[in-house]
Design a protein around this ligand. Structure first.
Ligand SMILES: [Zn+2]
Length: 223
């Protein structure tokens, strides 16, 4: 699997581009974009052109503005589908509903909402760009948070969105958050994963499930 990631926008939200497709000639290697936030479209476009990659889908971990700001622009540019959990679609289709206090940081005035998303649900497996992507619904930070476990048969990673970070977890004081749902998601969806699984979070540096199990104070005392 090949992945590049970079932080975008005022909240330094990690955007990732991944492929499990073996490139014979380096031309139009299919790839997926995960969470294109503010400014991510320009970076992804330049980087995939340089690499000879061609995005074929946008996969979203959830609908918060810092993760979806450039979705409409990227989807239109490559004419590709967008997938999100249905419970967060309102944030994508009406972004102002989720960012009333800091929308100006994301120049929402010049942003298009995206209303044609396809939905994935807990337990779904979707296949894009040589990757098998297992969807795990892990609500709490937002109602439609998912973690995406992607494998190309050799490597496996977890795009954990804003569920679990290196040393922390997603906040649950936002309008549509639920601390109780978050507790259950961390206990039943995160701590049940294998230690060796690599975490690529929505913010901050990478980790593994084992490191978080050992060191993350928010994963203790969840009963
Ligand atoms: Zn978020």
């Amino acid at each position: 699997m090949e992945i590049f990631g970079f932080p975008a926008g005022p909240f330094q939200t990690n955007c990732y581009v991944a492929t499990g497709a073996v490139a014979m000639d380096g031309v139009d290697t299919p790839c997926v974009i995960i969470d294109p936030g503010y400014g991510a479209f320009d970076v992804v476009r330049a980087e995939v052109e340089k690499r000879g990659w061609k995005p074929e889908a946008i996969l979203l971990t959830h609908g918060h503005i810092d993760h979806i700001r450039d979705v409409a622009e990227a989807a239109a540019h490559w004419d590709i589908p967008v997938m999100i959990h249905e419970a967060d679609n309102f944030l994508l289709a009406t972004p102002e509903s989720g960012a009333s206090t800091f929308g100006h940081l994301f120049d929402m005035a010049s942003m298009s909402p995206y209303t044609q998303a396809e939905f994935y649900a807990d337990g779904d497996e979707v296949k894009w760009a040589g990757l098998n992507v297992e969807v795990s619904h892990a609500p709490g930070h937002s109602p439609g948070c998912v973690m995406l476990r992607a494998s190309d048969g050799a490597d496996e990673v977890l795009f954990s969105g804003d569920v679990v970070f290196n040393g922390s977890v997603g906040r649950t004081d936002l309008p549509a958050s639920s601390p109780e749902q978050m507790r259950l998601s961390l206990k039943n969806k995160v701590l049940t994963l294998p230690d060796e699984l690599m975490i690529l979070p929505g913010h901050g540096p990478t980790s593994t499930i084992g490191d978080e199990r050992k060191n993350n104070p928010f994963l203790r005392n969840l009963d």
